[in-house]
Write a protein that binds this ligand. Sequence first.
Ligand SMILES: [Zn+2]
Length: 64
Amino acid sequence: MEQEKKCPECSCTEFAQGTFGADSKLFPINIIFKPGKGSEVLAEICTKCGYILNMRVSKPEKFK
Ligand SMILES: [Zn+2]
């Protein structure tokens, strides 16, 4: 059964995906100066109040 997602702030059920943009990657802190590492951050945003439900990187394997 699929659980319906709800914004904890305003109970809105419409969400959008967001990102900081191509150059705003998140890097593992110990390899921040190595180019080619890092990953884009995807955020799930409530389209009503702007609350960010969760954030995740698109390539978690780069943080291993
Ligand atoms: Zn909301």
